[in-house]
Write a protein that binds this ligand. Sequence first.
Ligand SMILES: C[S@@+](CC[C@H](N)C(=O)[O-])C[C@H]1O[C@@H](n2cnc3c(N)ncnc32)[C@H](O)[C@@H]1O
Length: 289
Amino acid sequence: MTVLFSGPVLDQLNAATNTLKKGGVPNARWHAELLLGSVLELARHELYLQATDELPVSAMVRFADVVARRSRGEPTQYLIGSTEFHGLHFKCDRRALIPRPETEHVVEAALWRLGENRGTGLKILELGTGSGCIAVTLAVHLPEAEILATDISSAALELASENAQHHRVDDRIEFRRSDLFDDVIDQYDVRVANLPYVSSLDRKSLQREIRDWEPEDALFAGPDGLAVLRATLESAPAHLRDGGQIILEIGLGQDSEVEQLAERSGRYSRPEWRNDYQGTRRVFCAHKV
Ligand SMILES: C[S@@+](CC[C@H](N)C(=O)[O-])C[C@H]1O[C@@H](n2cnc3c(N)ncnc32)[C@H](O)[C@@H]1O
């Protein structure tokens, strides 16, 4: 049975915040605001303009339900069905990883490194597209580009395709199921990716929101977390045009190993890093030799 909160908007928010705190949810107020905003179809600040309004019973029931589910660990973005990425709105559900702010640096790196070279014929490959956040954002910013976005998960590809349709870039992105490069034939100017990089040994210490709710295929990459990055660094040059570039998100603390892998392969030049908002190396960029 769902236990309803009583009172107008502000009381609902206060009660939900307490429930979420008791459920171990960090930034409980922020999550309560997002959840109530989603139920009432209001922006967070608009909730406070309607602080003394009473909620319809149907909204009270829905709010109590999502708060209870959030307290048990279900991520807010899955509950409200959307998230923001690089200023764009993305549909979000259990078919794919929730887009993360650090991944915005992959998009930034690609746009910055392409510089003026953004004309017709630009071909971009994204491996492991998930929700499609990288491919769709690049397509929005690069109206001349053609993009192939792959994933091993058919469910993720379905969601990515819905996001591409929503942003009206589905005519310039081909979504294809492929295990890494298995079904990639052509050569590309840029190869971007945020592939799995979590160590399978870290499973138990992951937040419950990630471990219990996000797709396994999107997270784990062998005991050292580098299995997929290693494979992709080895195979990428064959799929890049001369002078083509690789842009890869990596996990915390994986920078020196990734740099060494690239150096030992002898296939990359001009390595460069972009830092995340905490100032940590998160995106590896290099040219094909
Ligand atoms: C970390 S998630 C990133 C998703 C999305 N690019 C983003 O940044 O939010 C990694 C994605 O790679 C996909 N993936 C995992 N192993 C793969 C493989 N061998 N080949 C292709 N895709 C793979 C997963 O299904 C998942 O969608």
